[in-house]
Design a protein around this ligand. Structure first.
Ligand SMILES: [Zn+2]
Length: 451
């Protein structure tokens, strides 16, 4: 059919209007704004400042104002406090600390306080729900028991610490439904003591933790093998929590869920958000707790049953981590400023910031998600309603071999739904809550079945 000009004009108007409204449902302009606000200059400033404390070994000097971990944590605390001043005291800043002695681990040369610096931006609707971004205050030389040799730790892990402070600077300009925590953890190199301390503190205070985004080395783009890549980064997540019961383990054999634990759902969420809002990046889901045989500060949270992932560069440079500064056979060793790409650290900081924001703007995830459909042509799901006003729920599913959710259906504000013609045997399923602002909770994998 040939259309007249007025008809075409009306059709165009209609299509434009349609695409605009679909668009505004799918993405939130504020997240693009957040990405733009993250500054590589302030990240560079903070990394230089942190590296300038000489060493930040957990057992280094705590009295000096210019050298050692004491000076470093006091400076971080004062930075969080000045960020707070600029947002009408929106941050609650404090030290959380635990005392360690040589009996507590093999990498503890003497008694000391392991001190974390915590800044909490309280949520307006769900103040007891927390999404956490962490970096580390401490650094190490070749010998981690040596707390006097210079250990600038520019990438490991001033980069993660600086990113955390920058995220606080940007996100403190917004208000969220859930609380956001920015934290500098200590004692990482000595056996993950700072993370352990804060995870226990969270448990004791009944924090409802949505997830921990642990940033450890987010500034190196040049691998030890010479690969240079400023777009790729890794999201490490364990498959299922170590706290699961024997019964849960037994059930998994029959109903699935081997790769669908809470930390893995958090990793999928981050991956999806990055593909949507930062398509120029290349996020890599790594299906393991951490690098092969190595550790990071999300683990102590995982140990207590909290969701947590490690975000880090894709290509490590082992000459530039855990090394005394020196040149040997023409090779330069040491974790110095020259090894950090500030623009890349900015990108990974933005990755954190948009995910903190979107999780803190999202409603709580549905609870008691159950699934049915055994020997039936369709799959049925039901769940407990989320408290508060929400737009509804979204059911996700994927092939059993797919790493990411592939299909989804928004089903409105109901508490059960049948996916006609979708055979339960051939897919894995989950349910998320969707807020009126369009932000989604983490996807919840079913924990029970019904007939
Ligand atoms: Zn390290």
């Amino acid at each position: 059919m040939i259309k007249t000009i007025p008809q075409l004009f009306i059709l165009c108007l209609f299509l434009t209007g349609l695409s605009t409204s679909l668009h505004s449902q799918e993405t939130d302009k504020k997240l693009y704004e957040i990405i733009d606000k993250v500054s590589s200059d302030s990240i560079e400033h903070d990394i230089r400042k942190l590296a300038g404390f000489g060493t930040r070994n957990t057992f280094s000097d705590t009295v000096s104002d210019t050298r050692g971990i004491g000076a470093a944590r006091r400076w971080i605390k004062s930075e969080f406090e000045s960020i707070s001043t600029r947002c009408n005291n929106c941050l609650d800043v404090f030290y959380q600390k635990d005392y360690v002695t040589p009996e507590d681990g093999q990498r503890i040369p003497k008694e000391a306080w392991v001190v974390n610096v915590v800044a909490i931006q309280k949520g307006k609707k769900y103040p007891n729900r927390y999404v956490i971004m962490s970096g580390d205050i401490d650094s190490r030389a070749s010998n981690t028991m040596d707390y006097e040799t210079d250990a600038p730790g520019a990438n490991d892990n001033a980069s993660g610490m600086a990113g955390t402070m920058e995220a606080a600077r940007v996100l403190s300009q917004y208000e969220f439904d859930s609380s956001v925590i920015y934290v500098g953890l200590s004692g990482e190199e000595q056996g993950l003591f700072g993370g352990k301390g804060l995870a226990e503190y969270a448990k004791k205070n009944n924090w409802d933790i949505i997830g921990v985004l642990n940033n450890d080395m987010i500034g190196n783009i040049e691998g030890v093998d010479g690969v240079i890549d400023n777009r790729s980064f890794r999201i490490f997540s364990e498959p299922v929590p170590p706290t699961e019961t024997e019964e849960e383990r037994r059930m998994r054999r029959f109903y699935g869920g081997e790769v669908d634990g809470i930390s893995r759902q958090l990793a999928r969420y981050i991956h999806e958000n990055v593909e949507t809002y930062m398509p120029e990046m290349n996020p890599m889901m790594i299906y393991r707790l951490d690098r092969f045989g190595r550790g990071g500060h999300h683990r102590p949270f995982n140990d207590l049953g909290f969701a947590g992932v490690r975000i880090m560069e894709a290509h490590e440079n082992y000459n530039r981590q855990h090394q005394d500064i020196r040149t040997e056979d023409g090779v330069a060793y040491g974790d110095v400023i020259e090894g950090v790409n500030f623009d890349y650290a900015k990108k990974l900081t933005a990755v954190n910031a948009i995910n903190l924001a979107s999780l803190a703007w999202a409603p709580p995830a549905p609870e008691k998600v159950e699934i049915g459909g055994i020997v039936e042509p369709s799959t049925r799901l039901r769940w407990e309603p989320v408290k508060g006003e929400i737009a509804g729920y979204k059911i996700y599913w994927r092939d059993t071999t797919s790493p990411q959710w592939q299909y989804s259906r928004f089903v409105g504000d109901v508490t059960e739904f049948t996916l006609d013609g979708i055979v339960i045997d051939n897919y894995l399923f989950g349910v998320a809550a969707v807020g009126k602002n369009g932000h989604e909770s983490l996807v919840v994998f079913p924990s029970g079945t019904f007939r």
